[in-house]
Design a protein around this ligand. Structure first.
Ligand code: NAD
Length: 390
């Protein structure tokens, strides 16, 4: 029964539009950041998109430092190294510039640099975030260069614990960037594989949020329009990376996905997280692989909702029509249909499968799945995704 009892959080200021990266110096000044640490990843650091942005800071005579030792699926040693640079050069804020990996690590540096407890004490569990010294959190400006995670509008960051091979979500309301510059021109250099994977991540966020139980009609509305934007724009962004309209709509959908998923996520993410932690796969592409298997698993409970969504998106045939649309989209984006297509030479024994199922059911996203994700169910989903049977 609906309780009509829930908590709604909406994002921060977003300066959205092509060319708006030129406003970075002004945004820093408004946030009171005088010595920013520019956090990005090593791949991006070599690309003109970073050189052009740093030139803007040079022209405005902003004294900045650059930190780019960030792995895809960042780890604690990246955070430790980033904090050392932040403290040594007395930075007073962070420009988190990149995809979800650089955005999350930048947010974590700003958050953790002034804390006394280990980062794992701030995992997104209950009210653990209240353990943090809020005054010690440095301001963050987020500049996404992919259109998928939506980390730019989120209050959490994902980091892998190398000791336990688990992906952990660290949460604090003040990890929400003060301002976001969402400039779709920054995403045109994304290679097709990353465009596809990140775009499917945005779709997975919207879809799982929409299907999650709970009373959050605002998140539902945001999710539904986010899904329409992805279905109508991702194939174009994939086929022609320079199409700014498609890139802009995908950038909006990514922010919408992360706004919507405050309502909850589900089994796509619960399974994708252990796979990402154990095999270092791309997060969004892993979500894309699991998507149809989880849709089919949840069918009985979500059929009516998905039919409403299909109608809004102009898709005929209710749930079945929507399901076929997802399979078609995955084919267009050359998404592997089964896990062995994503992970080369994959050979999972029983012990490994059991471990993944156990990790999935304790993942914080599992509680948002509309059908209870038991260990048996997680194992069944994993077997289906391994065999490609849906
Ligand atoms: P990513 O940040 O790992 O980047 C993937 C690759 O794309 C990198 O090699 C990077 O150099 C490259 N790249 C990025 N922008 C580019 C551009 N404009 N041109 C050319 N190359 C570019 O990928 P992602 O999917 O954006 O982020 C994944 C990470 O985000 C994972 O660690 C995941 O766990 C995390 N995540 C966080 C949240 C959150 O709410 N905080 C949500 C979902 C995922």
């Amino acid at each position: 029964m609906t309780t009509f009892f829930s908590k709604w959080n909406y994002p921060t200021t977003v300066r959205f539009g092509p060319g708006r990266i030129s406003e970075l110096p002004e945004v820093l000044a408004a946030a009171g950041i005088r010595r920013p640490l520019f956090v990005t990843d090593p791949g991006l650091a070599r690309l003109p998109v970073v050189a052009k942005t740093l030139k803007l800071l040079d022209a405005a005579k902003v004294p900045y430092g650059v930190f780019s030792d960030v792995k895809p699926n960042p780890v604690e040693s990246n955070l430790t190294a980033g904090i050392a640079v932040f403290k040594k050069s007395r930075h007073d804020g962070v420009i988190a510039f990149g995809g979800g990996s650089a955005l999350d690590l930048g947010k974590l540096i700003a958050f953790q640099a002034g804390q006394k407890r280990p980062v794992w004490d701030f995992e997104d569990v209950g009210d653990w975030w209240t353990r943090a010294d809020t005054d010690a959190i440095a301001p963050i400006i987020a500049v996404p260069t992919t259109a998928g995670t939506g980390s730019e509008v989120g209050r959490a960051a994902v980091i892998t614990n190398e000791a336990t091979h688990t992906k952990k979500v660290i949460f604090h309301p003040k990890m929400l960037p003060v301002t976001v510059i969402a400039d779709p021109e920054l995403t045109v250099g994304m290679p097709p594989f990353i465009t596809a994977g990140t775009g499917m991540d945005a779709l997975a966020h919207c879809l799982e949020a929409y299907c999650a139980p709970g009373y959050h009609p605002m998140a539902d509305g945001v999710a539904v329009e986010g899904i329409r934007l992805v279905l109508e724009n991702l194939p174009t962004a994939y086929a022609d990376g320079k199409d700014i309209a498609a890139r802009a709509n995908m950038m909006a959908a990514a922010a919408m996905g992360a706004t919507a998923f405050q309502k909850g996520l589900g089994a796509i993410h619960s399974l994708s997280h252990p796979i990402g932690a154990l095999y270092d796969t791309h997060h969004g592409m892993t979500n894309a692989v699991f998507m149809p298997y989880v849709l089919a698993f949840n069918r009985d409970v979500i059929e009516e909702r998905i039919a409403r969504l299909a109608a809004y998106c102009g898709i005929r045939g209710g749930y079945d029509g929507f399901f076929k649309t997802i399979l078609k989209l995955r084919r267009e984006l050359k998404t592997p249909h089964a896990l062995p297509g994503l992970i080369k030479g994959l050979d999972m024994d029983r012990k490994r499968k059991t471990l993944i199922a156990e990790m999935a059911v304790v993942d914080p996203t599992a509680g948002g799945n509309p059908v209870k994700l038991t260990k048996k169910a997680a194992l069944g989903l994993l077997e289906a995704a391994l065999a490609g049977e849906v």
